[in-house]
Design a protein around this ligand. Sequence first.
Ligand SMILES: [Fe+2]
Ligand SMILES: [Fe+2]
Length: 203
Amino acid sequence: MDRERLTELAFKTMGKRKSHLQREKGYIFYHCERVAKIALHLREALFPADASSDDVIFAGALFHDVTKGIEPHAATGAHLVQQLLQGYASDREIQDVSEIVRLHNARLREDQPFYVRVVQDADILDHFGSQEVWLKFLYGAHKDESVFDAVRLWESEEHENYVDKSRKSLNFELSRQIFDKKLQFHRMFAQRFKAESSGEIDF
Ligand SMILES: [Fe+2]
Ligand SMILES: [Fe+2]
């Protein structure tokens, strides 16, 4: 597969589209592009001897949310990529890519192939760390929230549960390590943001 051509196709389908009211136009393209990179990183670290599925992982991640908003998007997306990728990949590859899209939210089933499981983890990881801040700020702008709404959310039990549930949905220990680092950054950021939002100076 030609990854550059695939990325152009992905941009054409998602690059200008607004998939969520509270997120910017094209969010889903950049999210998918990042998930593809994170998934390949996980594959290299976890299964260093097996690069045979890398094209499938790349394409599956790149299109996993292609029909976001047309729910259930895992099913509608799995269907769409079968047409979309004609001429970009072999029939066999298209089947595997479609499988990744179909199963990307069907987590924690050990019988799934590793090329599905790395994409599942990458998808979760892209919602945390600095990306979580971006998502909350965009949401806040959309809802006309104040800085204290973000402060309150990040201190809430609801947020604690969301973090906990997301961490428990990860397949691999390495993903949990990456998650914990992102979480550490976010906690530090949230604490500083809270102080600075109240005019405190933190040396
Ligand atoms: Fe999704
Ligand atoms: Fe996603």
